[in-house]
Design a protein around this ligand. Structure first.
Ligand SMILES: [Zn+2]
Length: 125
């Protein structure tokens, strides 16, 4: 499953419902350069409204961090850029708590998808 298909599927869950409140599909996704970005696997830029993701990643933790960043994108779309930047300065904890909560749900969800797929494959074998 590619990233977009996975995000789409996650948007149908309760924890992923926030994705239906803004046009996340229109956010450009670029590959990040590992040497520059270090260990981060996903990064959302509010100024350009774009997402950078690490190349060749498909595990649950990666998916979780993409959803974390998309939660920030939703916050930015919800507030508008100026207010989002103000909130980032003054109420950062609240923004991070929301993003972290979406991340945990997404990581768990992605793990469950993998287990279900494994079970299906083994039942058919
Ligand atoms: Zn964050």
């Amino acid at each position: 499953m590619d990233l977009k298909t996975m995000v789409e599927a996650f948007s149908g869950t309760e924890a992923g419902n926030f994705l239906n409140s803004f046009p996340w599909k229109e956010i450009p996704v670029k590959e990040m350069k590992f040497s520059i970005e270090g260990i981060a696997t996903a990064m959302y830029c509010a100024l350009t409204d774009s997402l950078k993701v690490a190349p060749d990643r498909s595990d649950e933790v990666f998916f979780g961090s993409v959803i974390h960043e998309l939660r920030h994108a939703a916050q930015r779309h919800d507030s508008g850029l100026m207010l989002y930047l103000l909130k980032k300065t003054f109420t950062r904890h609240k923004l991070e708590r929301e993003a972290r909560s979406a991340e945990l749900s997404a990581t768990q969800w992605a793990g469950e998808q993998r287990i279900q797929k494994w079970r299906k494959n083994n039942e058919n074998a």
